[in-house]
Design a protein around this ligand. Sequence first.
Ligand code: ADP
Ligand code: ZN
Length: 703
Amino acid sequence: MQSPNASALNLLQKHFGYPSFRDQQAPIIESVLAGQDVLVIMPTGGGKSLCYQIPAMLRNGVGIVISPLVALMDDQVATLKQNGVAAGCLHSGVSLAEQRQLARDLESGTIDILYVSPERFLTEKFVAFLSRLNIALFAIDEAHCVSQWGHDFRPEYANLYQIFARFLDVPRIALTATADQHTQQDIVERLNLRQVEAYYCGFDRPNIQYRVHSDLTQPKDELLAFIEQEHADDSGIVYCLSRKKVESTAEWLIQRGINAIAYHAGLSPALRAHAQQRFMREENIVIVATIAFGMGIDKPDVRFVAHLNLPKSIEAYYQETGRAGRDGLAATAWMSYGLNDLVLMKQMVDNSQADESVKRIERHKLDALLSYAESIECRRRVLLGYFDDEYAGDCGNCDNCLHPAQTEDASKMAQLALSCIYRTGQRFGAHYLINVLRGKDDERIKRNGHHQLALFNMGVEHDKNDWLTLLRQLLAQKFIAIDLAGHQTLRLADSCRPILRGEQTFRVRKKPLRKKASVRSNRFVSSENAELWAALREKRMALAQENNVAPYMIFNDQTLMAMMEKRPKNRRQFALLYGVGEAKLERFGAEFLAVLEAFDDEKTVSSEQVIELFKLSEDYQVVMKQLALSESAVYKALAEGIQSGQLQLNEVVTISESDLSQMHELFLQQSGSDYRVSPVVDFFKPKFRYGEVRCVRAHFMLG
Ligand code: ADP
Ligand code: ZN
């Protein structure tokens, strides 16, 4: 007989096509198989589902999964079915005929996993039905919903234990991505987990790159550039604060050729459902939304989440950005904010109907978010620290790590601003103050006599934006305060005195000298592979439409990448790919193999032929024509020629000494073992072709 672990691994490979379990999955599965109650705290995308799906398949009977989100349930079941796993779901959206069929299948024992909404689970009729079945386990997904401390308490969850009590010999596994100590305790108590085995896997989402931009004059333009440069063919979410801004931003993006769609609570249910459906089914769609969007959206290939306004709190930010990169591939969390946002958020907290104690908490949460946004330290460390999840060192995958911020002494500027607030009587807003500082010829200033102040015009050397930035930082660090009841006028806070008196320095983030030497790009398909990538995606989309499922349910991005890398030539090789199980091999293998084969033709020409012809013609275009090769295939062979010493770099690329040494420098600066060509191409754009840089890299690697 096989040990349970071996059969679990077997199922993982056979149905899901993954080679091995992730860190904690194996012990968790062991515990459940042993009949233990288990609590799992694992970050989004960590792989919680398999922790109950595999035991449900292995243990006798059907695994019952209680999940609060209908859309998510349907997706999980569809995904399982694609993998050849017998699964079903039961909620108010399932037709009677389907329910009857499902009941028959359950009674005959042919279903391994049943997803059910808590409402349905709690009905007497369902419980009576359950008692006639063999039950493998109860899995409680989004288990934090059981706690009033958590952010989405569901009353039905609090009653689940009553039903569990009638099935004492069935193990319970509770899973969540967000639970502080208190919530964890609640989960154990309220679900009555017995001698619980707890698995804590931290909160980190290493594949998400965090970036915060606080000084953008044109945030929308920057967002567009970010999408175009780094996520041109990807899906993403753009969060805005108001419905109006959602609509105008979506329209603005559409006019600029982005496949965008708006989503907010003011749309009709039909329109919302339509937007959601499109988001799930399309591959390069950008949904512009208020925070009403996201709950229960489990699209694994969201490549970026952008905030055009400040989120409400770090919790909200983490949850919203957490919707990116569930599949584990590189993703970006991009945020832009400015003084206006700060004022708006403070105003929203102050004007809310909540009582004072709640407002105090909200203010505190906003402050925590601000110190994250203004931080010059590793963002991941700040974020995880907030959740008491200590992160040692720097992550290397956030803006502050990639481009350590330089700070400079801005005490003089701060003193000037503070004096200006004081001298004008603490009765004016940012724009007025800046006009005084910059000596603007202004009626209102004259009427108030502020053009006669000694500091009038003393700040003219700094532009308006510099002053806005400074005021924002003074505000974020609470050296000044904003009077929200009045007209957003700024006043001094007690803590500013040491700065005014010159006893304390005030440092600010130095402005980058040049516009972005671009943060490391998050694109993961090199331009040489772009055509094959597009063809594979096209095939996937066609199959998804044919099968009426979301594209990722056919194969996820990681599997498509594995196809590009491994270039399987037959079924046997295809079966070995990451994410290819038996069911999918059978149904889709041949189709993808055909696509790969079409791209393989080029390979029949040897590098030697290319090099020889190039030496004769000295023109890559001639080689392309004569050998019917793509540009990238030609350069690939030429780069090989350089590396093997058959060709000299200057036979292939015309490049100045200084450009050459700059390129070497750029390769040297790259961390990691493989030198990437695209960033160098981007840097010199449009001076050198991709292939040319590739040849320089070959030369560089020669040493
Ligand atoms: P969670 O529910 O924790 O957010 P999921 O269960 O949806 O995460 O898993 C996230 C992704 O990781 C899915 O695409 C899943 O198929 C994949 N995955 C899970 N476990 C493994 C594994 N052992 N090897 C490779 N991929 C895995
Ligand atoms: Zn970092």
